[in-house]
Design a protein around this ligand. Structure first.
Ligand SMILES: Nc1ncnc2c1ncn2[C@@H]1O[C@H](COP(=O)(O)OP(=O)(O)OP(=O)(O)O)[C@@H](O)[C@H]1O
Ligand SMILES: O=C(O)[C@H](O)COP(=O)(O)O
Length: 394
């Protein structure tokens, strides 16, 4: 990456405003998955060891510019304290006199977590005044919030205009891994695109078609392709207005010599539930009143072979409704193939695919699991990320 990182500047004794993505799942006031907190530890610990005063900022949820008690960051501060083995202070505001006073009392190596930055309407508007208020708290800005790097907000973008601005280690790693995959991939390079909607993946498919050797399609979005091939899809997910686009993608794959894989068999169900009646059918035989909720065993086997013969695989989006055990096998099979492909560099593009490998206990077998859902998707679309663009060049 051609952006400066924390290693390129002196942070000793400095007040460092470090934007992290602590937008973690919570239930009953408890953090239920702390992956994103753990992923930020290397940067935080580095800053502590270098003698910086570490001022952390994050959003949590979508409070729409006002304080929402359930979205306060206190449980996150608690979990972070446990990981760091030190007491992380937490303020009830993200700027202002109370915060300034706390920062004044900080010693080198202390860690402070500000309140949810989305409690202020200016955050998501990238308001210049709010960005200045954040900047006034610190001497240096570090952005380690890859998961929020696709958002041009006051704490992810605007603030970088007012302070020396560098990337944290997580940001650097994410950009490096995903960037290398897109610019200089080991081959054969395979992309596996699943999830619910074609609409959400158009940009990714378009961009990847120029780069990959194999494109594998699964999940709910596959049925628009099945329909484009001229087959009936019953009650399966279908985006009528994207059928032509699906055809274009398949034609483009052919023109470019990209091997295009879509399901040949599927699991259909008479109900969207674990207790539904199910059967395996070929894609030519989806019954009109059933819906396809997972890829079938033949498809999973083919996908496995492609994965095992790839040097690099990027995976975004589940193959079926993996949240329901009855329809989890296809997603699990893809995860297992990636785990078994020890010569293959596997990149999981965040969001639901990351949740899936976690659920199946395969997470530690993946080469890289992105902490960004939307951010990794936009990166894979080839878009510039506002949270990265404004960081200082090397
Ligand atoms: N055949 C299917 N029918 C209906 N829903 C499906 C099917 N296959 C997958 N899904 C659903 O798609 C959802 C995931 O879609 P989404 O597009 O959000 O995935 P994603 O790209 O991994 O998400 P993110 O944007 O968080 O990275 C899952 O909840 C899953 O149950
Ligand atoms: O969870 C995410 O993808 C990031 O934290 C960004 O959250 P947002 O979609 O609410 O901006």
């Amino acid at each position: 990456m051609n952006k400066k990182s924390v290693k390129d500047i002196d942070v000793k004794g400095k007040r460092v405003f470090c934007r992290v993505d602590f937008n973690v799942p919570m239930k009953d006031g408890q953090v239920t998955d702390d992956t994103r907190i753990r992923a930020a530890l290397p940067t935080i610990e580095y800053l502590q060891n270098e003698g910086a005063k570490v001022i952390l900022a994050s959003h949590l949820g979508r409070p729409k510019g006002q304080a929402v008690d359930e979205l306060r960051l206190d449980p996150v501060a608690k979990r972070l304290s446990e990981h760091l083995g030190v007491d992380v202070r937490k303020t009830n505001e993200a700027f202002g006199p109370e915060v300034e006073q706390v920062i004044e009392q900080m010693s080198a190596g202390d860690v402070l977590l500000l309140e949810n930055v989305r409690f202020y309407p200016g955050e998501e508007k990238n308001d210049a005044e709010l960005a200045k208020k954040f900047a006034a708290l610190a001497d240096v800005y570090v952005n380690d919030a890859f998961g929020a790097a696709h958002r041009a907000h006051a704490s992810t973008a605007g603030i970088a205009e007012h302070l020396p601005a560098v990337a944290g280690f997580l940001m650097e790693k994410e950009i490096e891994v995903l960037g290398k995959a897109l610019s200089n991939p080991d081959r054969p390079f395979t992309a596996i695109i699943g999830g619910a909607k074609v609409k959400d993946k158009i940009g990714v498919i378009e961009n990847l078609l120029d780069k990959v050797d194999n494109l594998i399609i699964g999940g709910g979005l596959a049925y628009t392709f099945v329909k484009a091939k001229g087959h009936e899809v019953g009650k399966s997910l279908l985006e009528e207005d994207k059928i032509d686009l699906a055809t274009q993608f398949m034609n483009k794959a052919k023109e470019k010599g990209v091997n295009f894989y879509m399901p040949v068999d599927v699991i259909v169900a008479d109900d969207f539930s674990n207790d539904a009646n199910t059967k395996v059918v070929s894609i030519e035989e989806i019954p009109s009143d059933w819906e396809a909720l997972d890829i079938g065993p033949k498809t999973a086997e083919t996908y496995r072979d492609v994965i095992l013969n790839s040097k690099l695989v990027i995976w975004n989006g589940p193959m079926g409704v993996f949240e329901l055990d009855t329809f989890a096998n296809g997603t699990k099979a893809v995860g297992q193939a990636l785990a078994d492909a020890t010569d293959t560099y596997s990149v999981i593009g965040g969001g639901d695919s990351a949740a899936a490998v976690e659920k199946f206990g395969l997470a530690d077998k993946m080469s890289h699991i992105s902490t960004g859902g939307g951010a990794s998707l936009e990166f894979m679309e080839g878009k510039e990320l506002p949270g990265v663009v404004l960081l200082n060049d090397k």
